[in-house]
Design a protein around this ligand. Structure first.
Ligand code: C5P
Length: 205
């Protein structure tokens, strides 16, 4: 069983994907982490994330990077969004994601292009979304909890910029697959969002 979970930043897709994987007892891959590792490696190399050749070189990152806390930072997220525009980078990361999706027993993958490019044959495709203000509020609360001093308006502006880059890129843009179940979590808390998704998945299987 392959479950594809796509959606914009801070939509709750990561948490939902993790909980679905636990529920069904199958492995989960947060594909955003791979792009984040490339973004981080570009920075470590002193390269330019907007340069395709620098970004491609950074695809040879060490897997140790995947466990580093800095990968979760907003700065790395922004670098990830910039390197992910290059088709060369997407191609370099394709096989690893595809192999994860195809493992016996199934998998849950979350990202931007799982239902459209990585696993168009997924058994269930979910597109998790929420309004930009609500997503900014969630991300801001998360950051404030971690002791980061930041204005809500700045978080919202950053999220809007990231959305625009992900939606408007020509290669594998963020969009719901035609057969995806679109779930808007704006008015749900985490548990409500998960229950709604789980019901939808059970119905679809
Ligand atoms: O999901 P996360 O915020 O960790 O992703 C970081 C960035 O990586 C996204 O803004 C997006 O540009 C890119 N990404 C992507 N395709 C994926 C996962 C992430 O382009 N499947």
């Amino acid at each position: 069983m392959i479950i594809a979970v796509d959606g914009p930043t801070a939509s709750g897709k990561g948490t939902i994907a993790k909980r679905l994987a636990e529920h069904f007892g199958i492995p989960h891959l947060d594909t955003g982490l791979l792009y984040r590792a490339v973004g981080r490696q570009v920075a470590l190399n002193g390269g330019d994330p907007d340069d395709a050749s620098d970004a491609l070189k950074a695809c040879k990152f060490s897997d140790d990077l995947l466990g580093e806390a800095i990968l979760r930072s907003e700065d790395t997220g922004s670098m990830a969004s910039r390197v992910s525009v290059h088709p060369e980078v997407r191609e370099a990361l394709f096989e690893r994601q595809r192999a994860f999706a195809m493992q016996p027993g199934g998998a849950v993958l979350d990202g931007r292009d799982i239902g459209t490019i990585i696993a168009p044959d997924a058994d269930v495709k979910l597109f998790i979304t929420a309004g930009v203000q609500e997503r900014a509020r969630r991300r801001w609360l998360e950051m404030t909890d971690r002791g980061i001093d930041i204005q809500l308006a700045d978080v919202e502006a950053d999220i809007a910029k990231r959305d625009a880059r992900d939606i408007n890129r020509s290669d594998a843009p963020l969009k719901a697959a035609p057969d995806a179940l679109v779930i808007d979590t704006t008015s749900f808390n985490r548990d409500e969002a998960f229950e709604t998704v789980l019901d939808a998945v059970k119905e679809a299987l």
